[in-house]
Ligand binder design. Structure first.
Ligand SMILES: *[C@@H]1O[C@H](CO)[C@@H](O)[C@H](O)[C@H]1NC(C)=O
Ligand SMILES: *[C@@H]1O[C@H](CO)[C@@H](O)[C@H](O)[C@H]1NC(C)=O
Ligand SMILES: *[C@@H]1O[C@H](CO)[C@@H](O)[C@H](O)[C@H]1NC(C)=O
Length: 352
C-alpha cells in the first residue's frame, strides 16, 4: 500500500515548481519520507493485528520427558482382539496396523468394507479422556471392538502430537501378538490399499528392511502455524537427509524388535516417520530405506478406473473417496484390463 503513496508523492514532488526554492523541495522530501515510514508502521500493525493467534502446539509432554521408555512403562493395553490372524496362522505375509482415533468411525467403516476384507487389518487408538472414564467416554468404541475384533486401545491420550507414541505401540503390539508376521504395514485411516498391487510390491521387495515413499533432503517445518511444526529444541538439524513418508511404510518383521528397543534410547520427536524411519532405523541401526512410489502419500487426480491399479496405497482420501476408489479397484481386480496402462502409461505425474 505504501507503493502507491510513494508514487503519488513523487509526482507531487515533480509538480512543485523549481523556482519555489530549495526549502519547499526539502520540505516535500521530508514529507515523502515521513509518510512512507508512517505507512510502513501502519501496515505492520495491521498485519500483526490480523494474524490469528498462535495455535497451542501441545508439545509440552515432550518437554517433560522424551524417553519413550518412560511412556511405554506407564501405558497398558485396554482393549484388543481376543484372537488375531497371527494366532491362527504361521508366517503371515502382511499385517496392517492403522493409526486411528476414537471418533473416526466413518473412516474405519470405509476401510472395513473395502480393502481390509483382503488384508488382516487392525486399528490402534488412544483415549478421549481419563482412563477412568473409558466406559462412559468410549462406549461406542467398546461396542465396535466387540463387534469387529479389530480395535486395539491403549491407555494414553489420543492426540496428533502423540503419533510417535501410537506408532511405538504398534510395533510393541505386533511384536507381542504377531511376531511371525513377515511384514508390517504402518498406515493411516485416510489411506486406501490396493491389495493386488500390494501383493506385487511385497513380492518385489521381499527381504528389504523398510519400504515406502522416500523423501530426500526435506526441511523441517519451523513455522509455528504448521501442523508439522517441529521446534529446534526437539530437533536441532534443519533438514532430514532421508525418511519414509508416514502415510504408509512397510517394516520387515525381523527388524521390529530391534527398532523398538533402539527407540527406547533415542529421544522422541513429534514426527513419527522421521523418528522411526530416519533417527532410529537409518541413523542408529543403519537399515536401508527403499523407495517405492507405489506406496504413495498422494492420490491420483484423474478419476479413471485404472489410476489406482498402479498403486499399492494412496493417501488423503475421505471415507466417500475410499468407497469410490475401491469400486474402481475391485472392478479391475483379477483382470488384465489395466495391465497395458499400468506397464506403459502409468506415471507419477498423475498424483497430487
Ligand atoms: C524420563 O524417563 C526416564 C525413563 O523412565 C527416566 O530415567 C528419567 O529420569 C526421566 N526424566 C525426567 C526428566 O523425568
Ligand atoms: C500424550 O500422551 C501422554 C500419556 O497419556 C499424555 O501425558 C500427554 O498429555 C499426551 N499429549 C497430548 C498432546 O495430548
Ligand atoms: C480375486 O481373486 C481372489 C483369489 O483368487 C479372490 O479371493 C477374490 O475374491 C477375487 N476378487 C475379485 C474382486 O474378484
Amino acid at each position: 500500500m505504501w507503493d502507491i503513496e510513494l508514487i503519488i508523492l513523487f509526482f507531487l514532488n515533480l509538480l512543485v515548481p523549481r523556482k519555489k526554492g530549495i526549502m519547499v523541495r526539502i520540505a516535500f522530501v521530508i514529507l515523502t519520507l515521513s509518510s512512507l515510514i508512517l505507512a510502513c508502521l501502519l501496515a505492520k500493525i495491521t498485519s500483526i493485528a490480523l494474524l490469528p493467534p498462535l495455535p497451542t502446539q501441545c508439545l509440552d509432554h515432550f518437554r517433560q520427558n522424551r524417553s519413550l521408555k518412560s511412556y511405554l512403562d506407564s501405558i497398558d493395553v485396554l482393549i484388543q482382539p481376543s484372537s488375531t490372524v497371527c494366532s491362527e496362522q504361521k508366517d503371515v505375509p502382511l499385517v496392517v496396523l492403522v493409526t486411528s482415533s476414537p471418533n473416526r468411525f466413518e473412516q474405519r467403516e470405509a476401510i472395513r468394507s473395502t480393502w481390509a476384507k483382503y488384508v488382516p487389518t487392525y486399528f490402534i487408538l488412544g483415549l478421549n479422556g481419563p482412563v477412568e472414564d473409558l466406559m462412559s467416554d468410549m462406549v461406542e468404541n467398546y461396542v465396535e471392538a466387540k463387534m469387529y475384533s479389530d480395535i486395539i486401545i491403549y491407555s494414553f491420550q489420543d492426540h496428533y502430537q502423540n503419533l510417535t507414541l501410537k506408532t511405538a505401540l504398534m510395533l510393541k503390539w505386533t511384536l507381542e501378538h504377531c511376531p511371525s508376521a513377515l511384514m508390517l504395514f504402518k498406515t493411516d485411516d485416510d489411506v486406501i490399499v490396493n491389495p493386488w498391487m500390494m501383493k506385487r510390491v511385497l513380492k518385489e521387495t521381499a527381504g528389504k528392511d523398510l519400504v515406502g515413499y522416500r523423501k530426500v533432503n526435506n526441511y523441517l517445518h519451523r513455522d509455528q502455524y504448521s501442523k508439522w511444526y517441529t521446534p529446534r529444541w526437539l530437533q536441532r538439524e534443519d533438514f532430514v537427509p532421508e525418511y519414509l513418508s508416514g502415510t504408509g511404510y512397510l517394516v520387515n518383521g525381523k527388524h521390529i524388535e530391534k527398532i523398538l528397543n533402539t527407540a527406547l534410547e533415542v529421544p522422541m520427536i513429534n514426527l513419527e516417520d522421521v523418528y522411526f524411519t530416519y533417527l532410529v532405523a537409518k541413523l542408529k541401526l543403519g537399515l536401508t530405506l527403499t523407495h517405492d512410489y507405489r506406496l504413495s502419500p498422494y492420490k491420483p487426480w484423474i478419476g479413471e478406473d485404472c489410476m489406482y491399479s498402479g498403486l499399492a496405497s494412496a493417501h488423503s482420501l475421505t471415507p466417500q473417496e475410499i468407497l469410490k476408489a475401491w469400486a474402481a479397484i475391485e472392478v479391475v481386480a483379477n483382470t488384465t484390463r489395466c495391465e497395458t496402462f499400468v506397464n506403459n502409461f502409468w506415471n507419477e505425474w498423475f498424483l497430487y
